[in-house]
Design a binder for this molecule. Structure first.
Ligand code: AMP
Ligand code: MG
Length: 402
């Protein structure tokens, strides 16, 4: 059986080349830039006022003083006159600073009378409330680097520099099939012997969380022909994830159905807990490569396998560089007995106390116990081998995505 590290290496060495495309700005949220982006403008494009008030010569303000007002400039207008000593121009936030002025007095510190204004200030430093041309950025500056994930903030920046056709990596497509004769949709009350399909919504949501365009193909019965039909549909995606049907049961048909579709097995079973039955393979049809994951049916095993093996694939195809599961060291709040020869990823609650990270392994009842997961915000990692970890021992914790 291969290790987690070997399995990940096997998977990542088989990723197809990333594809790029041009995406309209409005649709680019969550995508990753495939090129550096340069600014086509200076920002601000001119010296501008940061407040509503009066543009003045700062050295005029040494005590309360009355100045004559030459004109009024709204945002979007340009000044027609020059400010000289003894004069001021009324100016709105964002409007260009008139020549001759080197500061702006906030309107709250003034009293306006006909064509004059009284400035209620004892002094004023030059540059007060002024933002000079190009303070934020200059034309030609690289403002965003390739590999940047587009958040709402980046969308604003792209709009500012006129980048409305955004070069991004193509979003990977992920198809999800939940296999099992015992499964019914979550909308149905299970009859005796049945359970609700929880992996479908879980895995579909994980796909979306990690940036894939995800489609759920629903429930696949443990029947060769009908499962085969669903798999044929799933193989049109970049990544196909199936849950269930990869263990040693009589009705575990997934590897056979995949072989029937020429999906080449790379490995089956990984040394980890939970998640040992994981199956991985791939098929190349025409220009497309589809990576196929057969995840174990138990929900927590499915979750752990997705986070460890599927999420890194989605992130790499999407062009994201950051860690899928950030990790940290934390002190155990109670003793933990590790058993067996498989490294364990144990649902846990990570908290901070007095600046120290602490982790509590939850009272988890195994890979079918999904409900305890609602209290977990990460997985405490225990290497293979019988060992009693005393309270206060330092362990690695992988944090769930939010
Ligand atoms: P399997 O790997 O198909 O033998 O399934 C292992 C266990 O996971 C069985 O108890 C299944 O009932 C359960 N299981 C399989 N698929 C799902 C699913 N989509 N949602 C919830 N539990 C599942
Ligand atoms: Mg099954």
């Amino acid at each position: 059986m291969i290790s987690v590290e070997q399995a990940l290496t096997e998977i990542l060495s088989r990723l197809p080349d990333r594809q790029t495309l041009v995406c309209p700005l409005a649709d680019s949220l969550g995508c990753v830039l495939a090129q550096d982006i340069q600014s086509d403008i200076d920002s601000p494009p001119y010296d501008k006022s940061l407040v509503d008030g009066y543009a003045v010569v700062a050295s005029d303000i040494q005590a309360e003083v009355e100045l004559s007002v030459l004109e009024e400039i709204m945002a979007g207008q340009v000044p027609t006159q020059r400010v000289r000593s003894g004069t001021a121009i009324q100016i709105m936030t964002g409007a260009p600073l008139p020549e001759g002025a080197d500061a702006v007095v906030m309107i709250e510190n003034t009293t306006c009378q006909n064509h004059t204004v009284v400035i209620h200030k004892a002094s004023l430093k030059p540059e007060t409330n002024v933002m000079r041309k190009s303070t934020s950025l200059s034309q030609g500056d690289t403002i965003l680097k390739a590999g940047t994930r587009i958040r709402p903030i980046e969308m604003g920046i792209l709009a500012e520099v006129g980048c409305t056709d955004v070069p991004v990596y193509r979003q990977p497509e992920l198809a999800v099939i939940s296999t099992g004769d015992e499964l019914v949709p979550a909308t149905t009350r299970p009859a005796p012997g049945q359970i609700r399909n929880s992996n479908g919504p879980l895995l579909t949501a994980l796909g979306t969380t990690f940036g894939a365009a995800t489609r759920s193909l629903g429930i696949g019965l443990d029947d060769f022909d009908s499962l085969s039909e669903l798999v044929a549909e799933g193989l049109k995606s970049d990544v196909l994830v199936l849950s269930g049907g990869v263990s040693a049961g009589v009705k575990d048909l997934v590897p056979g159905v995949l072989a029937h579709h020429n999906v080449e097995q790379v490995f089956h079973k990984v040394r980890l807990k939970p998640g040992k039955p994981l199956w991985f393979g791939l098929v190349k049809q025409r220009a497309q490569t589809t990576l196929v994951f057969g995840l174990p049916g138990n929900p927590v095993s499915s979750l752990v396998c997705f986070l460890l093996f599927v999420a890194p694939v989605l992130q790499q195809l999407l062009g994201v560089k950051s860690d899928v599961l950030p990790s940290c060291k934390a002190q155990l709040t109670e003793a933990f007995q590790q058993r067996g020869d498989r490294p364990t990823y144990f649902p846990a609650s990570l908290t901070m106390r007095d600046g120290t990270s602490e982790v509590t392994p939850l009272n988890w009842k195994g890979s079918a116990d999904q409900s305890t997961l609602s209290q977990a915000n990460g997985l405490a990692f225990f290497p293979a081998g019988e060992q009693l970890y005393a309270e206060g021992s330092e362990v690695t914790v992988f944090k769930f995505p939010s």
